[in-house]
Ligand binder design. Structure first.
Ligand code: PBG
Length: 324
């Protein structure tokens, strides 16, 4: 018998063959594009730590959403930078707050675009924490009431999906209860279920000016050392009514993603966060990596590990360039 019989290289010989047998395919249809919206008009301010990303005023945000939608991106997730911040994060649940205004404008111009609202207080609180602060600690249960209120204003403004990212206990259940009470039983919840206390959020916090003014987020976001705990967090969110769950960050947590994929049967999202974006962008700008290849490889890996949906700052570019 000639040696070797098995030659895995046979199927790698040409691009067409490789495509034929590819186990994982990226599609623009599963991408979500994160965008930052700020007050004013005619504002397009580049975020220093995230080159190529901007703080948009509502008018220009609508344009950017249109160009993403035209490129093939089906969904955006919105983060707000309010006029002013206060102890109670009032801007988050103001029916006329920055995100609520943005959602109204975007849905009016692009009714088919899926608009997801990040649901959290940190961009709106003066102390920068994701909940109410009592005696120097982030208080869980009083925060739930404000999150429920925020969800209602976002959905009333036209949000298609709400995405709680605060990591308070019981928030999915409380938000589901409030939405149902108001007749919004059709609105899905995308829960940031396994959200780690990660240094990879650094650039985002500059973008949203949302770094905590004291302490850190370790008393509510997960310890990067833990894997089993992620399964527990996800299970709780599903029990409470989450329709889609999320693992965040993405690339450093592919083990969590793969485990979640094997364990649960709900759709799973992964967030390629600001730090993941900026590391790629910085290395590419220095000429140290091939930018496009690293982008595609990282997104393919996230999908291979089990993500159905990927939130990525590269969404528009990937959809446009690769037309996939
Ligand atoms: C909280 C929130 C954060 C991100 C998404 N939602 C910041 C945080 O938890 O500090 C980070 C996203 C990113 O880094 O791209 N509202």
């Amino acid at each position: 018998m000639p040696f070797p019989i098995h030659r895995p290289r046979r199927l790698r010989r040409t691009e067409a063959l490789r495509q034929l047998v590819a186990e994982t395919r990226l599609s623009a249809r599963s991408l979500v594009y994160p965008l930052f919206v700020c007050p004013g008009s005619g504002v397009k301010e580049e975020i220093r730590s995230m080159p190529g990303n901007f703080r948009w005023s509502v008018d220009l945000l609508v344009e950017e959403c249109k160009s993403a939608y035209d490129a093939g991106v089906p969904a955006v997730i919105l983060f707000g930078i309010p006029e002013k911040k206060d102890e109670l994060g009032c801007g988050a649940y103001d029916p006329d707050g920055i995100v609520q205004r943005a959602v109204r404008a975007v849905k009016k111009a692009l009714p088919e675009l899926i608009v997801i609202c990040d649901l959290c207080l940190d961009e709106y609180t003066s102390h920068g924490h994701c909940g109410l602060v009592k005696d120097g600690e982030v208080d869980n249960d009083s925060t739930l009431e404000l999150l429920a209120k925020t969800a209602v204003t976002q959905v009333e403004a036209g949000a298609d999906i709400v995405a709680p990212s605060d990591m308070m206990d019981g928030r999915v259940g409380r938000i589901r209860q409030e939405l149902d009470l108001r007749g919004f039983h059709q609105t899905p919840i995308l829960a940031y279920s396994a959200k780690y206390a990660s240094a990879f959020y650094g650039p985002f916090r500059e973008a949203a000016d949302s770094a905590p003014k004291f302490g850190d987020r370790k008393s509510y976001q997960m310890d990067p050392a833990n894997q089993r705990e992620a399964l527990r967090e996800i299970a709780l969110d599903i029990e409470e009514g989450a329709d889609i769950i999320m693992v965040k960050p993405a690339l450093p947590y592919l083990d969590i993603l793969a485990l979640a994929r094997r364990t649960f049967d709900v759709p799973i999202a992964a967030y390629q966060v600001s730090g993941e974006f900026s590391l790629i962008e910085a290395a590419a700008r220095a000429g140290w990596v091939d930018r496009e290849r690293v982008i595609m490889e990282s997104l393919t890996s996230i999908r291979r590990a089990g993500a159905d949906i990927i939130l990525t700052y590269f969404a528009k570019e990937v959809a446009r360039k690769f037309g996939c």
